[in-house]
Ligand binder design. Structure first.
Ligand code: IVH
Length: 790
């Protein structure tokens, strides 16, 4: 057998396998771009050796066989595919071929050809058949002539009309379009799958395919699928004579069509459209892999006809692929500010959508385990928008036959010692609470226990400490912090306050003036607000919002330092885990030393005060009893106990008869209560919390007061894009003053998004989720409505 013949067989086998995975299993193991390359290699070899072409070659058919579990549907009008353009010149060639086909002379003296322009959605093609205006069948494309009957599944897609609206629709109307999943829908689905231990999808296309082709249509119904119509198949009746005219008619009958549909005259206008959509690609709510141009006039389409399985009147102009293949060279571990030791993939550099990628995030060891990564693997890398590239999956077919020893050597292991300071690396524990008992389970994060003795953590901690939103020490960049640490001048944040002119002026990039400026900035930072100071400490899981909350609710550093985890859980959004992080941060001797030194060096906290009345009101005895999670005691039982006994001590002192006298408290609840408090550890723990709350200045008697309602209380706002009249920081302050929470990301719970010019993915997500969006003018009007001056 010749080399060419051998390679052809190999390519066919490989392509068949990928086809099956892609079309039948919905589990492709290589990116489309790689598939295309293999396909083109085969096509070229067959072109050079026409005697080797066989009817079963993947080049001779499109797609793959239908799953036997779904019924078969024959497409009376075949579902075709599209030719591809990658370069501008490919599109110009297409336009030239169209003009030649239509006998239009070169040059635009006789007018340009009109094209419809649409995004090429990255989902899967389906056919929807309407008879007398009713949806009677849905089918996948399959191999183009036979697809699968997915009627029950398409009926679950919310934007597929079950009945056409209005009138004038053809008696038989087959609508074609793409079923896809929006980026937000995909992320939400994956988050849900992760939580429930289900399958996580590599990208929105796979998620859409895997969701639509479910034998159980209840699963399909629970997935955020959408439909967008881009054409027609079999029709009995009248329709307009242009493609865009047809889409508009369909829209009138209730069919979703693309909002980006446009008419372009000539190739140049098509290229303008391509560039415009390309620029907005990342801010669209859904993924697209190109744009599609179609000759608008149906008369011209008929004149041009088809070539093999592609229309001569349409072409897909592709964007650079977001996924590529490369080799995993190594997995290294980085140490972050809080000591988290996280795996990072070092990759053989590969260009993904125009950017060279040589590192990718691996998140944590659970992710590494999920991927089943081994060093030397061929991996799929994905770059979506501006986010850090990700390793999506391992191409297991490309894994060489490693021996068990080699596999062991190539598997990814967490280092036992920190790569920076050599301290032990430990797995974090998560706190679980059930039936009133706390237990610990293993978390997915590993931490270096070296804290500020670890150079990496010290540098990151200081960079965070001096940052604008923390202590705001201007003039101390990352490079200077590294030098200060490396030269041993700074071993803790407190050392910043002991720096001298001589020490600083010796550093790279510091002259007399800049040194004095830095010393002045350090001096200026000595009086931070309590919230800034707490944030600057860099407690794991405590961002700016939580720091503000702690400061506002507890009012003093002393209270925050002492607060028991249970007391902290009275703060909104602080769960037991974060509460434990905060508590153990302040319980740590080393951290206590650093805080002590900072105070000794003259840090003077501002805005310290009393316990916030809202916080005091939230800590009712009934609420506290409910929090203890005692079996059979829910909110109403807890209220009755609180009313009768008035304190934890009161409950502990009560005897069995007293408890039985509590109105409508069942015997088993009373028994469970006694059992709980008869355990001395439980009793002591509950008393400690009660005592602490009392020390903090609150009384159980203070039942939840109706708070003076701030107008935006309970609402979450998001600011995005640039604001012109006021800065985002100012806007945030104003919103917070009205009681709103200001968040960094949009979710279904977001009340309102304020979007200025340049808003991107957050705006797209808001639109996608149907969240209210205001521009700056409308926002200012809202503020004015509440009497807020600018
Ligand atoms: S037109 C004869 N328009 O791309 C025309 N296809 O490579 C057939 N697609 O199977 C398709 N968006 O799944 C057309 N606006 C669009 C499209 C589109 C996505 C997909 C479709 C088709 C594939 C063709």
């Amino acid at each position: 057998m010749t080399d060419a013949a051998q390679r052809i067989l190999q390519l066919r086998a490989e392509l068949d396998q990928h086809n099956y995975r892609y079309h039948v299993l919905d589990e492709p193991s290589i990116p489309d771009a790689e598939y295309d390359r293999l396909f083109h290699e085969l096509k070229a070899l067959e072109a050079q050796n026409p005697q080797l072409v066989t009817p079963d070659s993947p080049t001779q058919r499109v797609g793959s066989l239908a799953l036997s579990a779904f019924g078969e549907v024959k497409h009376e009008v075949p579902m075709l595919s599209l030719g591809n353009a990658f370069e501008d010149s490919d599109l110009e060639d297409f336009d030239r071929r169209v003009r030649e086909g239509l006998d239009l002379p070169a040059g635009d003296l006789f007018g340009s050809v009109e094209y419809s322009c649409e995004p090429k959605l990255d989902g899967l093609a389906v056919s929807l058949l309407y008879e007398n205006g009713l949806l009677v069948r849905g089918a996948t494309r399959g191999d183009g002539s036979t697809g699968e009957d997915i009627s029950v599944n398409v009926r679950t897609i919310r934007n597929v009309p079950l009945k056409l609206q209005g009138e004038g629709w053809p008696q038989v109307l087959e609508v074609r379009g793409e079923v896809f999943m929006s980026k937000a829908g995909f992320e939400a689905l994956n988050a849900r799958q992760l939580e429930q231990g289900g399958k996580v999808f590599a990208n929105p296309r796979n998620a859409a395919a895997g969701s639509l082709r479910q034998l159980d249509s209840k699963i399909t119904a629970s997935r955020p699928l959408e439909f967008c119509c881009y054409g027609i198949g079999r029709v009995q009746g009248d329709l307009p004579e242009t493609h865009i005219g047809i889409l508009h008619a369909l829209k009138g009958w209730g069919m979703p069509i693309s909002r980006e549909l446009k008419l372009a005259k000539g190739a140049q206008a098509c290229l303008d459209y391509y560039r415009d959509i390309g620029q907005r690609r990342t801010s669209l709510a859904y993924e697209i892999d190109g744009v599609v141009f179609k000759v608008n006039s149906l008369a011209q389409q008929r004149e041009l006809g088809f070539r093999a399985r592609e229309p001569r009147w349409a072409i897909a102009h592709k964007f650079p692929a977001l996924e590529e293949l490369t080799e995993l060279l190594a997995v290294e571990f980085q140490v972050g500010r809080t000591g988290a030791v996280t795996p990072v993939a070092r990759l053989k550099p590969v260009k993904v959508a125009g950017v060279t990628v040589s590192n990718a995030t691996l998140h944590n060891m659970d992710e590494v385990a999920r991927l089943g990564l081994m060093v030397g693997d061929t991996v799929v890398i994905r770059r979506a928008g501006d986010v850090i590239p990700q390793v999506v999956q391992v191409v297991s077919e490309r894994r060489p036959n490693w021996s068990p020893e080699e596999r062991e050597q190539r598997s990814v292991k967490v280092p036992e010692h920190c790569p920076v300071c050599g301290s032990a690396v430990e797995r974090t524990q998560l706190v679980k609470r059930s039936k009133g008992k706390e237990s610990f389970v293993e978390g997915s994060i590993y931490r270096c226990v070296g804290r500020l003795a670890c150079g990496a953590q010290l540098k990151q901690a200081i960079i965070h400490f001096v940052s604008r939103r923390a202590m705001d020490i201007e003039g101390l960049g990352e490079k200077s912090v590294e030098q200060l640490v490396d030269e041993g001048l700074v071993n803790s944040p407190a050392d910043l306050y002991a720096l001298t002119f001589e020490q600083i002026v010796g550093l790279e990039g510091f002259a007399e003036l800049s040194t004095n400026n830095l010393l002045e900035a350090i001096e200026q930072s000595r009086k931070p607000t309590l919230a800034r100071f707490i944030y600057a400490l860099g407690i794991p899981d405590v961002g700016e919002e939580t720091a503000k909350l702690l400061a506002r609710a507890l009012g003093s550093l002393a209270r925050i330092r002492q607060a028991l985890p249970e007391v902290l859980t009275y703060l909104p959004d602080v769960g037991l885990e974060v509460a434990h992080e905060i508590h153990s941060f302040f319980a740590d001797e080393h951290n206590q030393g650093v805080i002590g030194q900072l105070l000794k060096h003259g840090i003077e906290l501002q805005e310290e005060g009393d316990l916030h009345p809202e916080f005091a009101a939230s800590t009712t005895l009934a609420g506290f009893i409910t929090k203890l999670n005692i079996a059979f005691i829910a909110a109403t039982g807890a209220e009755r106990l609180a009313a009768k006994f008035g304190s934890v001590q009161g409950i502990i002192d009560a005897d069995w008869l007293d408890v039985r006298q509590v109105e409508r408290l069942s015997e088993r609840a009373a028994k469970s209560l006694r059992d709980y408090f008869d355990d001395p550890a439980n009793a002591q723990h509950a008393l400690a919390i009660e005592n602490q709350l009392r020390e903090f200045g609150m009384h159980w008697q203070s039942e939840r007061k109706q708070l003076e309602g701030l107008p935006l209380a309970g609402q979450t706002w998001v600011l995005t894009g640039s604001l012109e009249v006021m800065s985002r920081d100012v806007a945030k302050d104003k919103l917070e003053a009205l009681g709103a929470k200001v968040a960094g990301s949009v979710s279904a719970k977001t009340s309102c998004v304020v979007a200025g010019p340049g808003a991107g993915s957050k705006l797209a997500k808001a639109n996608d989720l149907g969240v209210k969006v205001l521009d700056e003018d409308a926002f200012l009007a809202v503020l004015a409505g509440y009497g807020v001056a600018l």
